[in-house]
Design a protein around this ligand. Structure first.
Ligand code: ZN
Length: 191
């Protein structure tokens, strides 16, 4: 089922996700719905907060992006990224490392907003997958950026928080309008 994507201005985007104790059938269904929602919106990642659930859960698939390479390493060996997609990361713990690298980012909760964000170019990840198993890998390139962006969501952090003040000033009107629109929509829903 395609779920509505929560837009900036909805307080759930600022909530830290609760850890998932067990991969229940409900969680599996949510994972399926999140993938359907993400593919439908042509996104590379989606966090539970973006479908209104403050949980430590995100889904990622970088295969559709051909012009921005990703790297992945498991147990010290470089692996084929496509073979390990899509990713379900439950309760992820990450350690970003490497040179700060600037790259373009968008977010399904901020339609039409794109900006350069600087993040460490690599990341080490430990998480539980949809089968309840522990997965560990290192990622670089787009995959690293996607993991860092999504794990930020799980902690209530948004990409606008990572923008330089100059970039944020440039898009201020756009995001203020989006926030006002979302709040108006939420008000209507409550009535
Ligand atoms: Zn996002």
């Amino acid at each position: 089922m395609i779920l509505p994507v929560v837009k900036y201005g909805d307080p759930v985007l600022r909530k830290k996700g609760v850890a998932i104790e067990k991969v229940t059938p409900e969680i599996k269904r949510l994972v399926d719905d999140m993938f359907e929602t993400m593919y439908n919106a042509a996104g590379v990642g989606l966090a539970a907060q973006q479908v209104g659930q403050a949980l430590q859960l995100t889904v990622i698939d970088v295969r559709a992006v051909k012009d921005r390479p990703s790297r992945m390493e498991i147990a010290g060996k470089v692996v084929d990224v496509a073979e390990h997609m899509p990713l379900v990361l439950i309760n992820p713990k990450i350690t970003p490392f490497g040179d700060p690298t600037k790259g373009p980012e968008g977010c399904l909760s901020f339609p039409e907003v794109y900006a350069d964000i600087t993040r460490p170019d690599s990341v080490e990840v430990e998480a539980t997958n949809a089968e309840g198993k522990t997965v560990r890998f290192k990622a670089g390139g787009l995959l690293s950026r996607a993991v860092q962006h999504e794990v930020d969501h799980l902690n209530g952090i948004l990409f606008i928080d990572r923008m330089t003040s100059e970039t944020k000033a440039e898009i201020k009107d756009e995001i203020d309008a989006l926030q006002a629109e979302t709040k108006e929509l939420l008000k209507k829903k409550k009535k």
